[in-house]
Design a protein around this ligand. Structure first.
Ligand code: NDP
Length: 508
């Protein structure tokens, strides 16, 4: 009897382990854990009902006399009314920056400049909670990401570049690094505070003054930063923060007294900027779109790789220029990876960004949601096979289910164009050469990911991938000391690290 029972158990265990190996067992999520909401408090952050333009160290009413509303994309509630800078306001901000450059900032000893930048870094840390709340309310990203990634990384950028301010002779040995003058900086809505830090910190460290324009849908953390800059007693005009729409950005690009344009955003606007500054002596860095290939080889630690793919495409709802939005899986592990991916997608918590449990928050705007939905429809029309997690979406606000497409062809638009949402296009491959060819077959070249056990494969691929950043056995890792930027239609110039100083200096 005991013999028969143990035989039956052994057979059952063997069958189960075979099924697990083949991954034919599907995890069941109908009994999924239910998390009690863990809401961050809105009242811990102060948002003013109206914000003016931050020019010459003061908040000033716009000469345009116009304002626009910024809303919470998770609830569609109005958060604040924000000044719309017109041409005359841009002129005023540039003049303030020019005067501050000539009269104080470029003459100030570098170690003194560094003290101000350190002060900004420390004040961001002190007000970290408030920044995180405002970032999440205004942009829709999960509070966990604002709190654990955006805000600390922004502070780290200021710390890092504060350290460089009085050491430029070591950054550029035997050369003298001179500032350029006034930098016009235009940033997008996906990492509003962090992008402001990426732009402002190296500019100040190298002795330039700044006019910065945040994106129309996410101006609030930049304005909070303006309050800090005021409190930090930075000489008036060194940093000017003006809010507005695309036309405000265009006025900055065309302004004759701006020496350098630093832009992060779409490739389409990057091209407009490129044309506008052609023939002028403005320097520019353009950090544009991407369509990164995340590649899983059959020798990779698959669970770790799947985790990296999830992070690569669903972090910040996929509103990430370096998002791993194309997945290439080696044929022998294809079915297994897809199943693991689907299982993991079912555990993602989609919903209220202010809930600390939330993994995928709100899409940044109604327009961006419409763009993503257009691409999802297109993917289906192109014949790809769609899978979306079974989660329920909130009734109000802009939300999108985590989505993957299999049976994708290399020529499909969902495999070629930047969707900027939680949508992954998946293909299989057999050989290294094939995947290198496929991964590079794109107009973009910002980032890539490789998952394999073999160091030799990593070296082979990293040297052949046309991408500015290549992560191996990890994804979406950022550090102020590390340069970031692209090839081809992903733009040019580097931000971060020693390389990030170069676009703000002329070497004599
Ligand atoms: P944009 O490129 O239009 O916006 C980026 C920034 O540029 C914003 O501050 C915007 O202002 C400003 N801007 C817009 N038009 C001009 C102009 N003619 N001259 C100067 N500045 C301008 O991106 P969107 O926000 O419209 O997003 C559209 C698509 O761009 C997304 O779907 C995504 O594919 C891509 N994108 C890529 C990003 C990246 O990091 N690679 C970041 C953001 C978007 P305003 O917001 O006020 O219009």
């Amino acid at each position: 009897m005991i013999f028969w029972i143990s035989l039956i158990i052994t057979i059952k265990i063997e069958r189960m382990s075979k099924a697990i190996k083949k991954n034919t067992i599907q995890l069941k999520f109908d009994s999924a854990r239910v998390y009690e909401p863990a809401l961050e408090s809105k009242s811990a952050a102060k948002i003013k009902p109206v914000y003016d333009l931050f020019i010459n160290g003061k908040f000033e009413k716009p000469l345009s006399k116009k304002y626009f509303n910024t809303i919470n994309p998770a609830s569609e509630e109005i958060l604040s009314s924000v000044a719309m800078a017109g041409k005359a306001d841009v002129n005023k901000a540039v003049l303030a920056a020019r005067n501050a450059y000539e009269r104080t900032w470029k003459k100030m000893p570098a170690a003194e400049r560094a003290k101000y930048i350190y002060r900004i870094a420390r004040m961001i840390q002190e007000k970290a909670r408030e920044f995180a709340i405002i970032e999440t309310l205004d942009g829709g990203k999960p509070i966990r990401e604002s709190r654990d990634f955006d805000v600390p990384t922004a502070a780290n950028h200021f710390f890092y570049y504060a350290g460089w301010a009085d050491k430029l002779e070591y950054a550029f040995p035997n050369r003298k690094a001179m500032p350029l003058g006034v930098a016009g900086q235009i940033i997008p809505w996906n990492f509003p505070l962090l992008m402001a830090a990426w732009k402002i910190a190296p500019a100040l460290a190298t002795g330039n003054t700044v006019v910065l324009k945040p994106a129309e849908t996410t101006p609030l953390t930049a304005l909070k930063l303006a309050e800090i800059i005021q409190e930090a007693d930075l000489p008036p005009g060194v940093v000017n923060i003006i809010t507005g729409a695309g036309a405000t950005g265009a006025d900055m690009v065309n302004h004759p007294d701006i020496n350098k344009i630093a832009f992060t955003g779409s490739t389409a606007v990057g091209k407009i900027i490129q044309r506008a500054i052609a023939g002028t002596n403005k320097k520019a860095t353009l950090e544009l779109g991407g369509k990164a290939a995340n590649i899983i080889f059959d020798d990779a630690p698959l669970d770790q790789a799947v985790e990296g793919v999830i992070n690569g495409i669903f972090f910040n709802q996929g509103h990430v220029c370096c998002a791993g939005s194309r997945l290439y899986v080696q044929e022998s592990v294809y079915e297994q990876v897809i199943q693991k991916l689907k299982d993991r997608m079912e555990t993602l918590i989609v919903g209220n960004p202010m809930d600390k449990n939330t993994d995928v928050g709100a899409i940044n705007s109604r327009e961006q949601l419409a763009t993503i939905q257009r691409y999802i429809k297109l993917g289906n029309q192109e014949g790809a096979e769609m899978y979306q997690s079974a989660c329920a979406l909130p009734k109000k606000g802009f939300f999108c289910k985590p989505t993957i497409f299999t049976n994708v062809a290399q020529s499909n638009r969902i495999a070629q164009e930047e969707i900027f949402g939680p949508v992954l296009a998946i293909q299989s491959f057999r050989t290294d050469d094939e995947v290198i060819e496929k991964a590079n077959n794109t107009a973009f070249g910002l980032s890539a990911g490789i998952w394999t056990d073999k160091g030799s494969k990593i070296f082979n691929l990293t040297s052949k991938m046309r991408a500015g950043v290549v992560w191996a056995n990890t994804y979406n890792k950022f550090d102020p000391t590390s340069p970031f930027g692209g090839y081809k239609e992903s733009g040019y110039g580097r931000e971060g690290g020693l390389h990030g100083l170069f676009p703000y200096v002329k070497l004599v």
